[in-house]
Design a binder for this molecule. Structure first.
Ligand SMILES: Nc1ncnc2c1ncn2[C@@H]1O[C@H](COP(=O)(O)OP(=O)(O)OP(=O)(O)O)[C@@H](O)[C@H]1O
Ligand SMILES: [Mg+2]
Length: 407
């Protein structure tokens, strides 16, 4: 029987549209789209593959999404899936599914993944190693927590993304500064965490009915917060070929425990974790959604599959066949130096000569492009090779050759 599937994509961001297009290609379904952006903004080809569309004023509002899904089910027949890739959508979508009795991640579980303070409470209760933390609704609570947690700390919003408003807090003076900059309130509390010193990684897993059936992982060079604090750093992410290496046995065990405690259902999850100098690990945060920052593209290249389609098929048909991994893959984010718009790129020729054979996809910053505010910079280059160390070294050389000038 043909399934009716509703994809919620408030804004037509490039990555979001890759997921929508992937869903449109899943066999045995009719796909409807709910968006805040007007459907006319969609590429014509993709628009032609949609069976229906509803526009809402606020694409993150569960009430408006509910009404739109009800209207779509009157038009198409019963809806069997409601999905979306955006982090901010996961709780609203769970609320919609609960109201309309549509299978998928529960509201409780979606909240565990969305609220970082609640997440750490759940993880710690389950014995999963993670940073000490506390939620401060007032300035005095923040100071009290600081005394318990100790410096250095990290201050962040409990439902942040893109490391925005995330700060390293060195001492009492920098806590004062941070409290002045983003004063906490009971409605907008501040999450304080013990600062974990170590290497940062991801653990990206496919689960079916709460059971992890496949995983991938990456290493960050360096962690996003350090990238943000140092404007000259061009962030790199390496997806090693040997994800089943014994050095990852510990995170594999801990990740399964963490996903189970949080209530993962069927889907792709993105976990971030640290390895401290002494070898111990700590889980940082987990999203019940596909990773950002082109990770889905990296996973695709490492396995020679379209992982956007694998995700869509998983979400719609609860099915996934683990692909063999033939490559390591990595991404270097090209980040402008200075102020202003993109003026030019230096070092491309040298990089092309040395590393061109490793490049599988690139988005080079365009002259005149507006500067990015995120640690992902203005462009990227994806490398791939059967040997992990070739990709690792390639990334290092790439970011040392290529310089994006702003001005
Ligand atoms: N307890 C911690 N100790 C050390 N570094 C931390 C800690 N918490 C966060 N960070 C750093 O800050 C970054 C952003 O934090 P976090 O992942 O919680 O926020 P986010 O807004 O969800 O980020 P993103 O969307 O970039 O994943 C992390 O990737 C890490 O580099
Ligand atoms: Mg994060």
């Amino acid at each position: 029987m043909v399934k009716n599937v509703v994809f919620v994509a408030p804004f037509f961001l490039e990555t979001t549209l890759r997921f929508v297009a992937a869903a449109a290609s899943v066999p045995g379904i009719r796909l409807a789209l709910i968006s805040q952006d007007p459907v006319q903004m969609l590429p014509a080809e993709l628009r032609g593959r949609l069976s229906a569309h509803r526009r809402v004023k606020d694409g993150l509002d569960p009430d408006q999404i509910t009404v739109a899904v009800q209207a779509l089910s009157r038009e198409m027949g019963p809806v069997s899936r409601v999905l979306g890739a955006l982090e901010e959508l996961q709780v609203p979508l769970a609320v919609v599914r609960r109201r309309l009795d549509i299978p998928g991640l529960s509201v409780e579980a979606a909240r565990n993944f969305r609220d970082k303070s609640r997440m750490k409470d759940v993880l710690r209760a389950a014995g999963v190693p993670c940073a000490k933390h506390g939620l401060a609704g007032t300035v005095s609570e923040a100071k009290k927590l600081a005394a318990e947690i100790g410096y250095p700390m990290v201050a962040k919003p409990p439902a942040g993304a893109g490391a925005r408003n995330t700060f390293r807090v060195e001492d009492a003076a920098s806590l004062d500064q941070c409290l002045r900059l983003t004063p906490p309130s009971p409605a907008q509390p501040m999450l304080l965490e013990e600062f974990i010193v170590g290497d940062e990684h991801s653990f990206d897993a496919v689960s079916i009915g709460g059971k992890p059936v496949w995983h991938s992982l990456t290493r960050y060079y360096p962690g996003p917060l350090e990238v943000l604090q140092n404007p000259w750093i061009q962030w790199c992410v390496l997806l090693p070929r040997e994800v089943d290496h014994p050095q990852y046995n510990d995170i594999r065990g801990v990740a399964v425990q963490a996903l189970d405690a949080l209530g993962m259902g069927t889907g792709l999850s993105h976990m971030e974790w640290f390895r401290r100098k002494d070898g111990s690990i700590a889980v940082s945060e987990v999203g019940a959604r596909p990773p950002g920052a082109q990770f889905t593209t990296l996973i695709s290249y490492a396995h020679d599959v379209d992982f956007y389609k694998s995700w869509a098929n998983l979400m719609i048909h609860d099915a996934f066949s683990p692909p063999p991994r033939a490559y390591a893959a990595g991404i270097a984010f090209l980040r402008g130096q200075g102020r202003g718009r993109v003026k030019g790129i230096r070092g491309l020729e040298q990089a092309q000569k040395e590393l061109g054979h490793l490049v599988v996809e690139a988005r080079l910053p365009r002259q005149g492009q507006a500067p990015a505010s995120s640690y992902e910079g203005e462009g990227w280059v994806v490398l791939r090779h059967p040997e992990t160390r070739v990709v690792q070294e390639g990334l290092r050389r790439l970011v040392s050759h290529v310089q994006v000038e702003l001005g």
